[in-house]
Design a protein. Structure first.
Length: 209
């Protein structure tokens, strides 16, 4: 019997993508187990979502540690204790260091509210509107330590309407995220997406360039 994928979700805010993932697990659409929530803001609403779903939490305040590497080392211990096979970033608003990126290279993914490589970083929805593009969307990618620069796993496009504001466009993008992210995680869980192959290929390309 194949062991189910064990997931840790990292989040800092409301946790709507965390909720979408837990709902997918509970409905049987996602054949994996969410074993841990890692959150740098103990008062964030995502913590209540985790408690309601019965998911264990690791809560911390970065200011209580001497460095990013210090708290990431503690997080890494928790991930290894829980035998986490995939780290899923879902609105985690912290820059990651080599401590976690290297340990989980090829096993850490992120969702971003644009069609990367366009509009990486913060305020991607605002960036798209300010640039006047007609199409934006959602990207799920492997985390490589750069600014939303890792290998792309999936994208879905969205037409920007003339009536769209930052708020309405963000809401429509969130709807896509909540559908696409669990689908990508399920594809990883069932082997349809092979992260090791993608990560290794990207690493070899980087060595050639």
């Amino acid at each position: 019997m194949i062991e189910r994928l064990r997931i840790a979700v990292f989040a800092s805010g409301s946790g709507s993508n965390f909720q979408a993932l837990t709902d997918a697990v509970q409905s049987g659409k996602l054949d994996a187990d969410i074993e841990l929530l890692v959150c740098d803001k103990p008062e964030a609403p995502v913590v209540q979502r985790a408690e309601a779903a019965g998911v264990e939490t690791f809560l911390f305040r970065p200011k209580d540690y001497p460095s990013r590497e210090a708290y990431e080392a503690e997080i890494l211990e928790r991930l290894r204790d829980k035998k986490i096979g995939l780290v899923v970033l879902a609105g985690y608003m912290r820059i990651l260091t080599h401590v976690l990126v290297d340990a989980y290279w090829g096993r850490m993914i992120n969702v971003h509210p644009s069609l990367l490589p366009s509009f990486p970083g913060l305020h991607a929805v605002r960036q798209a509107l300010n640039h006047g593009v007609k199409i934006t969307g959602v990207t799920v990618h492997i985390v490589d330590g750069g600014l939303d620069s890792g290998p792309i796993l999936a994208q879905r496009a969205l037409v920007i309407g003339p009536e769209d504001t930052e708020e309405t466009l963000a809401e429509r993008i969130h709807e896509i995220e909540h559908e696409l992210y669990p689908q990508v995680v399920q594809a990883i869980a069932d082997g349809s997406i092979k992260l090791d192959d993608i990560a290794t290929s990207k690493e070899k390309d980087g060595m050639k360039s």
